[in-house]
Write a protein that binds this ligand. Structure first.
Ligand code: SF4
Length: 505
């Protein structure tokens, strides 16, 4: 699961390369503290999107945003269950929040998301300051649950009923990051990989209608000047929606959805995450290769390079099939950005199987990888049926070797890009310099470069400002926000394993 992050209503702390800083556009309003809402988000982009849904649902019910957790009457932690560390962070945070409840017992604290769905009532048995737990399919009930708890009628509520139909289709989450936005196109997963808790915490696959997705993107463009969307789903290749008169009754699949977004919106760039390697459609690759607005970047989780380990993981592809898919992708898009997820130390992983993981990393040469050692998740098939039998020391040693290898590969790959020119969509300022911009290439490379000056900007930018932007060029040191969402050609001059630096071409 790419990108670990903790975002709050007042700010964002991030870990993981390429993590997006996302903030709610819900305006803060001075209101009674009891109706002030503070949401803290842990985990992946889908959780970030869900936090937007939560703000929207409670916003409709009269709750406004609190800038600080101390100013909130309702505190919600939207949690992740994918790794053990994510659980620990939430426990620590809850202990730290206890004083707020002691100060004012009317403060309502809820745990949302995958950890709530995964642990349910167990969370009440640990002396934590928690009023309710709620799973990802139950957020429409939030206003009622908060008022029931506040009225003193009930406490320790567990609302974790999974749904086969809930997609929050018509709710606008209002979550943007500069000129970028995430849009969830489907929820849940039917794959049941043996190590993964997602099918148990997010339920079975269901897709939003193409119309609601296109409408959301059109609104993001019109209201927030969004230029790039990342379409989210646990397995976007499985996107499917019943056909209608427009499609001639033909079922809508992921490729059709992309075509519809391209045809019916002015979005400058579309990305997506994540596909499953076992059902990657060739026609999707053809579309990606032929349509410049459909970014040539694929996050393709390999998880292991050993066919035997992959079988125990229930991944439904072999090492050879994965490599064939990579060949197919690169044959159509030679410069495609490829990233991945890897788990080491899974149940029964032998030294030889781990060596196969190292060798597939050397063979594929991913641009970037999210690498983890295995930790058991309750409810999963592996937890119930397979021993967690690799010693922690061995797991950590394997992870160290894997990270060293991938860092070297990324260093070499990025160094080879020096001298090349990329079209960069500006996402914000560089964290380290007041006069530098940061953006990404279509292939997903993070690129930092000095802002164009007044004289060169007119030539450098793509000729049309992002909606809502002011004049194009000016004093780069004073107003870099004017470049947000613009496409600028940048020639690469320096590299590290994680970042490229360049100058306006
Ligand atoms: S495809 Fe596998 S790893 Fe990904 S969310 Fe579904 S079960 Fe989990």
């Amino acid at each position: 699961m790419p990108q670990a992050l903790k975002n709050t209503d007042s700010g964002n702390t991030l870990s993981g390369s390429g993590a997006a800083v996302v903030s709610s556009t819900t305006p803060a309003a001075p209101k009674d503290v009891l109706t002030r809402l503070y949401v803290e988000t842990y985990g992946c982009q889908m959780n970030e999107y869900d936090s937007g849904l939560v703000r929207s649902i409670l916003g409709e019910a009269g709750y406004s945003r609190a800038e600080k957790v101390d100013d909130a009457g309702v505190i919600l932690l939207n949690t992740c269950a994918i790794r053990e560390k994510a659980h620990e962070k939430v426990y620590n945070r809850l202990h730290a929040l206890g004083h707020l409840k002691r100060k004012d017992p009317r403060t309502v604290i809820g745990i949302l998301g995958c950890m709530a769905q995964n642990l349910g009532d167990d969370l009440f048995a640990q002396g934590l300051p928690v009023d309710f737990v709620m799973g990802p399919d139950n957020y429409r009930e939030l206003p009622e649950i908060v008022s029931r708890i506040r009225s003193g009628q009930e406490s320790n509520l567990n609302i974790t009923q999974l749904s086969r139909t809930e997609t929050y289709e018509e709710i606008d989450p209002k979550v943007v990051s500069g000129k970028l936005a995430f849009v969830t196109i489907m929820r849940g997963c039917d794959n049941f990989c043996s190590f993964c808790v997602v099918p148990y915490t997010r339920g079975r696959e269901r897709s939003r209608s193409p119309e609601s997705i296109v409408n959301e993107i059109q609104q993001l463009i019109a209201n927030d000047g969004v230029r790039e969307v990342t379409l989210l789903g646990q397995n976007v290749n499985s996107y499917r929606h019943a056909g209608d008169a427009e499609s001639g009754g033909e079922e809508f699949r992921f490729r059709h959805l992309i075509e519809k977004i391209l045809a019916e919106t002015d979005i400058a760039r579309i990305r997506f995450t994540s596909p499953h390697p076992h059902d990657f459609p060739e026609d999707l690759l053809d579309l990606m290769a032929s349509e410049p607005r459909f970014c040539s970047q694929i996050h393709l989780p390999v998880q292991s390079g050993s066919t035997a380990t992959l079988a125990r993981m229930k991944r439904d592809y072999s090492r050879e099939e994965f490599l064939r898919l990579v060949d197919q992708i690169r044959a159509r898009m030679p410069g495609v950005g490829l990233t991945t997820d890897v788990i080491v130390g899974f149940s029964g992983e032998t030294d030889a199987e781990f060596e196969e993981t190292l060798s597939i990393m050397e063979q594929v040469r991913f641009d970037m990888a999210f690498m983890f050692h295995y930790s058991e998740r309750s409810q999963t098939y592996a937890h119930k049926r397979m021993p967690d039998d690799i010693p922690q020391k061995v797991k950590l040693d394997r992870l160290r070797r894997l990270i060293e290898l991938q860092t070297e590969i990324a260093r070499e790959k990025n160094a080879a890009l020096i001298g090349e020119t990329f079209e960069v969509l500006v996402e914000g300022r560089s964290k380290r310099s007041a006069v530098e911009l940061m953006g990404r290439s279509a292939t997903g490379k993070t690129i930092i470069f000095p802002a164009p000056n007044a004289n060169s900007a007119a030539d450098a930018v793509d000729g049309h400002d992002a909606p809502g932007d002011s004049a194009p060029a000016g004093d780069a040191g004073l107003d870099l926000d004017r470049y947000l969402g613009q496409l600028i050609n940048v020639r690469i001059t320096e590299s590290t394993p994680a970042t490229l630096r360049g100058v306006v071409a």
